[in-house]
Design a protein around this ligand. Structure first.
Ligand SMILES: [Zn+2]
Ligand SMILES: [Zn+2]
Length: 889
């Protein structure tokens, strides 16, 4: 027998640290009676393994085919070495070798095993808000450096007790080398603090007094399990129990009870999560949600909601199998889902929202109220049956059931699951709902375990920040910036080292479409089809992410945000630096967008320190991103259709309706949407009626008062616009498809002013969904005599005006317009993508599920090879990846 033995030296690369890989190797070796050792180093996991050739083959097969759920195996290198004998198998301590690289794991939602322990009264971690194991818990947000060891995380602040040490060092335990291991004896401490009302904004005191809360007595009450004394003078029998001073036995449970009670009463709670603070309130309480909206200065932008389990998600939204898998996967993103019940647009009170733009918005109401009937019809087809495409390295993640149906969740509570009515202010005039499942033990406890006085069933869960600013994650910073936003704080003393917002995605034709790639995904690497030198790409100024690349790997940062203030710029610098540290990439060059006014570009030039700064045109980067995502090679070219809001063109115009013949190395502009004047830049972005007037003029159509957009534009503003269009003063030509959506939304009477990016397009999509466009069709004109060719929207604009004038419902106009844009994509492919050219779709406009689905179907039915995004956002959140490929290759 021993004569047959062999010894092999294996190097396993990929996401193999902090994911339970070494215990898995240990138990697999033990099952097969193999001897040897396993160790982490900075290049991955090193395995020395000895046994019969058959057993060794089986060992490698299991490594490759059945790794731990969170592991991503990139490669297994093997060489045969001299047999050494021996019987035992050992786990060797971590070493750090040069020349290699290991990959940090993203944060992982609580797993089913830990959720079960959390709810088990006999378990020593029963109700422990920081329960985790090798398969779950925080990673990216608590790591300072690699290799991933407790000493390099913020858990270093909490020395392990003897119980935890025993589990941590036992290779057969599921907490073996789980770096954030903790228990009630040695883990972080939960704290609840009520905010004195005088410190909060005062415009909503009446709401709180209506809800029965008396002000002075609650001030400063603190519940904590580490003995913090309350500042109030002791129990007041007139107050609910949770708001009295803590009893000597007060602990995490008391803090949670108080937090749940605040939420039940309609208060706003700041909750310290995995990647930062959230602001939470009862999503069924209109007063609470409207207050949060006004305190956050949120405008109309929808809030996401959190629920404890899939059953509750199904009570508020349409959840098919694919959505269920995404909602309950270890990444736990926010998933945009069709609402269960059609919303009553009429119920949305503009007055409640207090938006600065609503004075101009009255025609919007006329356009939308009454479409509820039309929307009802579309609920049935929200579960397209198209086969799901491959998901590469992420497939395992989304398919893994973890604590989705959280054990211990009181499904038997007896409430009618079909009857949860959300407050209108959660997502005004939006038929979709951003839903996510509880992803930390603290969230599950916030909803309540069996026997707890329950909290709300559905919570608004929004990033803890003021509109536009980065998420708060540092306690001191949160204390300052969130003061006045929250009525109570549920916090703890584990430091968050890296902020990370929730990820957002939607499902289109059964395929996931990321809208924001952040928590749960960052910093998972993406492979590059062509090698790049060590490079930092800084992205764009909206929905910013940055990326580093080296060789065949790229790492995209978490979502950083809109670079319109200093705090975001600082957050950007920190993220770029941290990403470089974590990946070991020392960039020798930087890649920036061509826009001369971008803060990201300015940041790169300031921080270049003599390194080369390369510039990539915005839409070239978009097309390179989708090419790279699909692994296209260095020699390949595509017909890239980039439909976007804004991007700087080398001719000084604002591009955004582009057809490019593109490879990584360069592009040629084949066609673009005909230029119209963008008067006053951002002003016209915020007021779609101005874009409508620009398109009317460009189409030689009179500004008749019977047109909704013209009526929406004040007369003096019309006069100024006329002058601007006549003289070109303050006007930039734009070919933006995003702005054409704005114009059509206004011409159809759907929306004349916007409160957040793409609001008009989102509402146009919303009302068009499921609506039969009928016999009427719109058609773009294509002028091939010009080079680049010109796509003329004038016939479409004229048809929209004609339909609107004839009383055709806005929803039908919206449906006809979507169909026309999809048809345009097909026409462009026919003109510019001779077989076998691949058609690549990218840019923010392709977040539109209706358009993406229709365009993809038309292209496929007509035999065009097509690539679209499924791992990266089509918006600027995916731009840095494309910059790496287009700028660094
Ligand atoms: Zn776990
Ligand atoms: Zn412990």
């Amino acid at each position: 027998m021993s004569a047959e033995r062999q010894r092999r030296h294996l190097v396993v690369r990929g996401v193999v640290q902090g994911v339970g890989f070494r215990p898995f190797v240990y138990t697999t070796a033990a099952e097969l009676s193999l001897s040897g050792s396993v160790a982490n180093d900075s290049s991955g996991v090193i395995i020395d393994i000895e046994g019969t050739p058959a057993d060794l083959d089986e060992f490698i097969r299991r490594l490759r085919d059945r790794p731990p759920p969170l592991a991503v195996i990139e490669s297994i290198d093997r060489i045969t070495v001299a047999v050494r004998g021996g019987t035992g198998f050992h786990i060797v301590d971590t070493t750090r070798a040069d020349g290699g690289r290991t990959l940090a794991s993203p944060d992982v939602a609580i797993c089913a095993d830990c959720a079960a322990e959390l709810a088990d009264p006999t378990d020593r971690r029963h109700r422990h808000p920081f329960i985790n194991c090798t398969n779950c818990g925080p990673r990216f947000t608590i790591i300072t450096d690699l290799p991933y060891d407790r000493s390099r995380t913020s858990m270093a602040d909490f020395p392990m007790c003897s119980h935890c040490t025993a589990e941590y060092t036992d290779p057969t335990n599921r907490r073996f080398h789980a770096q954030p291991i903790a228990c009630p004896d040695c883990g972080p401490r939960l704290t609840y603090t009520a905010v004195p009302l005088s410190a909060a904004t005062t415009d909503d005191r009446s709401r709180l007094s209506r809800s029965g809360r008396s002000e002075p007595e609650t001030a400063g009450a603190t519940h904590s399990n580490d003995g913090v004394q309350p500042t109030s003078d002791g129990p007041n029998p007139s107050l609910p129990a949770a708001h009295r001073a803590p009893s000597p036995t007060s602990d995490a449970a008391a803090a949670l009870t108080a937090a749940r009670e605040l939420l039940r009463e309609g208060g706003i709670l700041a909750v310290k999560g995995i990647g930062g603070y959230h602001l939470a309130c009862d999503a069924t309480n209109e007063d609470a949600v409207a207050t949060l909206r006004s305190r956050k200065r949120r405008g109309d932008k929808p809030f996401a909601v959190m629920v404890a389990d899939l059953a509750t998600a199904r009570a508020i939204a349409e959840v098919d199998d694919i959505a269920a898998a995404l909602l309950s996967g270890p990444q736990r993103p926010i998933v945009l889902l069709a609402r269960k019940a059609p919303i009553s647009y009429a119920a949305t009170s503009h007055a409640t929202l207090g938006s600065r733009t609503h004075a101009l918005a009255s025609p919007v109401g006329r356009g939308i109220v009454g479409l509820g009937d039309l929307l009802e019809g579309d609920r049935a087809d929200s579960s397209p049956s198209a086969a799901r495409e491959g998901h590469g390295q992420y497939a395992r993640g989304t398919a893994t059931p973890t604590g989705a149906e959280a054990p211990g969740r009181p499904e038997s509570r007896g409430l009618d699951r079909g009857a949860i009515a959300l407050a209108p202010s959660v997502a005004p005039r939006n038929p979709d709902l951003g839903v996510l499942l509880a992803y930390t033990p603290l969230h599950l406890l916030l909803f309540g375990l069996p026997g707890d006085p329950p909290g709300p069933q559905v919570l608004v869960m929004t990033s803890g920040n003021l509109g536009g600013e980065p998420i708060c994650y540092d306690d001191e910073d949160a204390g300052t910036r969130l003061a006045g936003l929250a009525d109570g704080w549920l916090s703890h003393d584990r430091r968050i080292l890296t902020p990370c917002d929730d990820s957002v995605l939607r499902v289109v034709d059964g395929i996931e479409l990321p809208l924001r790639r952040s928590r749960g995904y960052a910093p998972l690497p993406l492979t590059l089809p062509v090698p790049v030198p060590p490079t930092l790409a800084v992205g764009a100024d909206l929905k910013n992410t940055c990326a580093v690349g080296d060789g065949r790997y790229a790492w995209l940062s978490q979502h950083i945000g809109d670079m319109d203030d200093l705090a975001t710029l600082r957050a950007f610098g920190f993220a770029a630096e941290h990403l470089a540290e974590l990946t070991g990439v020392a960039p020798t060059q930087l890649v920036v967008d061509a826009h001369p006014g971008y803060r990201s570009t300015a940041w790169a030039r300031t921080h270049a320190e003599g390194r080369l700064v390369r510039t990539v045109q915005h839409h070239h980067a978009h097309i390179a991103a989708v090419m790279g995502e699909h692994g296209l090679g260095a020699a390949e070219t595509v017909a890239g259709i980039a439909f976007d809001g804004t991007g700087f063109g080398p001719d000084g115009a604002i591009w955004g309706g582009e057809v490019l013949a593109a490879g990584y190395k360069g592009y040629r502009r084949l066609a673009h949407l005909r230029y119209v004047p963008l008067a006053g830049g951002d002003t016209s972005v915020h007021r779609p009626y101005r874009m409508a007037l620009a398109h009317l003029r460009s189409a030689d159509l009179p500004w008749s008062d019977t047109i909704a957009s013209v009526a929406a534009c004040p007369a003096d503003e019309r006069a100024v616009l006329t002058h601007q269009f006549d003289t070109g003063l303050g006007c930039t030509p734009t070919s933006s498809m995003g702005r054409l959506f704005d114009a059509v939304a206004s011409l159809a009477g759907v929306r004349h002013t916007v409160d957040y990016e793409a609001q008009a397009a989102i509402e146009l999509e919303a009302i068009a969904r499921g609506v039969d466009p009928g016999a009427g069709t719109y058609r773009f004109a294509l002028d091939h005599t010009a080079d680049p060719a010109v796509i003329d929207p004038a016939p479409v604009v004229a048809a929209v005006v004609r339909d609107a004038g004839h009383g055709v419902p806005a929803a039908v106009i919206a449906a006809r317009f979507h169909h026309a844009v999809a048809r345009l994509v097909l026409d462009l492919a026919r003109d510019f993508a001779p077989p076998p050219t691949t058609v690549a779709l990218s840019g923010g406009v392709f977040q539109n599920a209706l358009l993406l689905s229709a365009a993809r179907t038309l292209l496929r039915d007509n035999g065009f090879p097509i690539i679209t995004h499924r791992r990266l956002p089509p918006n600027d959140g995916g731009l840095a990846f494309g910059q790496l490929l287009a700028g660094a290759g």
